[in-house]
Design a protein. Structure first.
Length: 439
């Protein structure tokens, strides 16, 4: 998968990892890493492009630059999202892992709790130019607040509403929606003749979480109490899940078949003029890979309940993105730190984020005009003004699994004509909360 993290299936493995002593990639030097193998690094990169082959084409020239500059050869493996979390968790317990790796930023607190990752304290941040180089919203998804981050931001992303210009014109819709009521009204005009108003990935657990987290914020719900306890059944949380699933169950602007989508099929439908809108993170590169030209689609901030996007109940995206982490017992600690410095340098940030259609989390790199164009301008504004990080709690991965599965099951009910009521939503969320670890 490209960006939506469906690998939350690792919750069971995660509980084992958190109970184990940390032992990551490289040799078994206890706790602090070594320089026993100074000439090589292993790097697990997440699949950001349209395919693994695309990622290799993007990354290998940059890794060759690093080798030429430092003499350190980087052995690259691009890991699919469906495998990445379980691969990382296995590495935290087995000791057979990479030196440097990409992680979905929503996993930062969970992996931080395993103790396997190098903490980015002031000294380590100093080696890569200081934490002040990074955007605050990106740093907010690097681990539990008040602790040294477990990772460094690499690519930043936000959700936005993409719309098919021709389908809108054919339906007589002059401008894209800004509120959910407008989205539903437009979606009903667009849902006819085998075409649908909105696409969704109903079987993608992480996508489900991202959408209902935002709707939860708009309904005043956080899903966790201030002291980190699950709070899945509050009035706002139930309303958020019901509103999302009702886009299929009641409003009927999402095709029933979307209940089974988990591999970015909604983007393919959008590119084939089967679906008029999709809520997604930085989708421009994928559209291009599927044959769409830039003038065929538009992008605007994701909807709010009313008014304009902002903070509090006007949040319209989670802080999406990819972080870069180092296993703290790597056998090339200096090389690993130098590699993170290289990948987060201004020059590399511009190259890599342009390639992936994402936003640099490094402030100075954002000055490039490429990050204020059609595809990236709305995303950059969203990150700066109206995005909020998912709960930075150790149980975040279990949250993705438990609540994401509840939403998946509710979509299945909707697709099969079974009623989706406030009571049935609450019952699913109560079951999900019971599956969470007890504090």
């Amino acid at each position: 998968m490209r960006r939506i993290r469906a690998a939350a299936v690792g919750a069971v493995t995660l509980s084992l990892a958190l109970a184990a002593s940390a032992c990551g990639g490289g040799s078994s030097s206890e706790g602090g890493g070594s320089n026993d193998s100074p000439k090589t690094l292993t790097y697990w990169a997440s699949n950001q492009g349209a395919s693994i082959a695309v990622d290799k084409k993007v990354l290998q020239p940059e890794l060759d630059k690093f080798e030429k500059k430092t003499g350190v050869k980087v052995k690259l493996e691009v890991v699919p999202w469906s495998d990445l979390l379980n691969r990382i968790l296995t590495a935290t317990t087995s000791g057979q892992g990479p030196d440097v790796l990409n992680i979905g930023n929503t996993w930062s607190a969970s992996l931080q709790a395993s103790g396997a990752l190098l903490p980015w304290d002031a000294e380590n941040f100093g080696k890569i130019g200081g934490r002040d180089r990074f955007v605050d919203s990106a740093l907010g998804s690097t681990g539990v607040q008040g602790k040294d981050p477990a990772a460094v931001p690499l690519y930043s992303m936000a959700y936005a509403l993409y719309y098919n210009k021709k389908m809108f014109a054919d339906a007589g819709i002059e401008k894209p929606p800004t509120t959910w009521d407008e989205l539903v009204a437009d979606g009903k005009k667009l849902s006819k003749d085998g075409k649908w108003g909105l696409g969704a990935e109903g079987s993608n657990l992480s996508n489900n979480i991202h959408q209902i987290f935002v709707l939860g914020k708009q309904h005043g719900a956080d899903f966790f109490t201030p002291d980190g306890k699950p709070d899945f059944t509050s009035e706002g949380a139930v309303a958020a899940v019901k509103q999302y699933v009702d886009l299929m169950a009641k409003d009927k602007i999402i095709a029933p078949g979307n209940a089974e989508y988990a591999q970015n099929q909604s983007l393919s439908d959008f590119a084939k003029d089967k679906t008029a809108m999709v809520l997604w993170q930085t989708a421009s590169a994928t559209f291009k890979s599927k044959g769409m030209s830039d003038d065929e689609w538009g992008v605007v901030p994701a909807p709010v309940q009313s008014g304009t996007p902002g903070t509090g109940t006007s949040v319209n995206s989670m802080v999406a993105g990819i972080n870069m982490a180092v296993f703290k017992n790597t056998d090339n600690i200096d090389g690993a730190t130098d590699f993170v410095k290289f990948m987060t340098s201004d020059a590399e940030q511009k190259i890599l984020n342009k390639a992936y259609g994402s936003i640099p989390p490094v402030k100075s790199a954002q000055s490039d005009p490429a990050f204020n164009g059609q595809a990236t301008g709305p995303l950059r504004d969203t990150l700066a003004k109206s995005a909020e990080a998912l709960p930075q709690v150790a149980e975040e991965s279990q949250f993705e699994t438990a609540v994401g599965t509840a939403v998946k099951e509710l979509f299945a009910d909707a697709a099969n004509g079974r009623p989706v009521t406030t009571a049935s939503v609450k019952a699913k969320l109560e079951k999900a909360q019971q599956q969470m670890p007890k504090k």
